[in-house]
Ligand binder design. Structure first.
Ligand code: CA
Ligand code: ZN
Length: 422
């Protein structure tokens, strides 16, 4: 009754003030048109304004909490796109990432040791069945990223990646200050690949679309999946830190006219590099982020995280290993890294962990594979996760509970002490 009465009141009010009604309608139309224009012209601003995609409520400090559905190994080969973080079979932190779209493969780095090259090849041979790696990317000249390109030698013949596959295009760091033996061996391996038909470009040449290099490479015929070389200030400026020379790239997958998924790879880029990266590139929110520099305290800084707001994060490291004689604050994945990233998501995965007792390593998630399958009869499409060991997120692991804390994930110093029986 009350609502009927008030609507009648409103009717008679507008009858008495017809101009006011017209003005209200016009204002409403202007707002709707502006919102539609913003949605199509600047979807990023539209999303921020209306806070779409952000799951900021509930659960500790907020952030993304949706679990990625668990997949299986059999589905990976026929997926539209798969991204594999290949676990080292050695007690060390290092990067080796395979992107696969049909028969097109991109291998980003081949760490961490020369002796691990065979393990990488064993993994690759399951997925790269045509013997051709269409793209090989060397992010920077540190051993834990390039050693597997070289491999080990017997009678002077090396068995590394660049000696074992036909390589289409090599994209490498533009600058380096390295003079190490492994770097020189890497140069020889690149020369070998070049002699056998590989095109070799620097990331700067790619960015500039110069000398035959491209800023964007499409990985599928339909041109829906693209590998985009980002601009890193340190492609053309000296840094005191080799890590800052890292090749940075954004993999973009157009799902539909209105949806594109993004995946970000920044090698070992450090804080200054991340600041320039944010300034110089129009970075989107990302589905997946490979944690810079193995979860170091100097990477994955807020300036980058607040822009990309990662839903899933993979750390390629040997968790807890005192590899560089490091103090606790430098042991991967670091507390500082966790503090920053945990605000955005609970989906953090780690390849391997230290096994100090036995002087070796053991699996954490193991090989970590995110893959996307499009909708098929009765099956919903989407991103799935397969891990060779398990899909337990970092916050639920015993290693995390014993060694780290996170207010966003609801694990305090007291929780940790209790867990450790202290
Ligand atoms: Ca291939
Ligand atoms: Zn590294």
């Amino acid at each position: 009754m009350a609502s009927k009465r008030s609507s009648r009141k409103a009717q008679s009010f507008f009858k008495r003030h017809p101009k006011l009604l017209a003005a209200l309608i016009i204002i409403l139309i202007i707002i709707i048109v502006a919102a539609i224009a913003l949605y199509f012209l600047r979807p990023d601003i539209f999303r921020n304004l209306f806070n779409f995609d952000h799951d900021d409520g509930g659960g500790g400090g907020g952030g993304y909490t949706d679990e990625v559905p668990e997949g299986n190994m059999a589905e990976i080969t026929s997926a539209d796109l798969s991204i594999h973080f290949i676990a080292p079979e050695v007690r060390a932190s290092g990067d080796c990432t395979l992107i696969k779209v049909g028969d097109t493969e991109v291998l980003i780095d081949a760490g961490p040791t020369q002796g691990n090259a065979q393990a990488i090849k064993d993994y690759l041979d399951t997925y790269c069945t045509d013997g051709v790696l269409e793209y090989v990317i060397a992010t920077h000249a540190d051993t834990d990223h390039i050693a597997g390109f070289v491999g080990t030698s017997s009678n002077g013949n090396y068995n590394g990646i660049l000696y074992s596959y036909e390589v289409g295009t090599i994209i490498q760091f533009a600058l380096t200050d390295k003079t190490t033996q492994i770097y020189n061996r890497y140069l020889t391996a690149v020369e070998y690949a070049e002699d056998n038909g590989a095109e070799v470009y620097t990331a700067l040449q790619c960015w500039n679309n110069s000398d035959g290099a491209q800023r964007t490479y499409y990985l599928d015929e339909e041109q829906t999946i693209s590998l985009n070389i980002l601009y890193n200030y340190y492609y053309e400026h000296d840094s005191s830190d080799e890590n800052n020379y890292s090749v940075c790239m954004l993999l973009s997958q157009e799902i539909s006219g209105s949806e594109t998924k993004h995946y970000l790879f920044t090698g070992d880029l450090e804080e200054e590099g991340e600041e320039y990266l944010v300034q110089n590139n129009d970075l989107p929110e990302v589905e997946l982020y490979k944690a810079g520099h193995h979860g170091s305290k100097t990477s994955s800084n807020t300036c980058l995280m607040e822009v990309i707001r990662p839903k899933n994060v993979v750390v390629c490291c040997c968790a807890g290993y005192n590899e560089y004689g490091a103090s606790e604050e430098n042991i991967f994945p670091t507390q500082a890294f966790i503090d920053r990233v945990s605000t955005y998501t609970t989906n953090v995965y780690v390849t391997i962990m230290d096994d100090e007792e036995n002087d070796t390593y053991k699996q954490m998630n193991g090989d970590i594979v995110f893959y996307y399958t499009s909708a098929a009869d009765g099956e919903e499409g989407g991103l799935k996760l397969y891990c060779s060991n398990n899909t337990t997120v970092l916050k639920d692991t015993d290693w995390f509970k014993a060694n780290r804390t996170s207010s966003a994930w609801g694990w305090t110093e007291a929780d940790r002490a209790a867990f450790n029986g202290k």
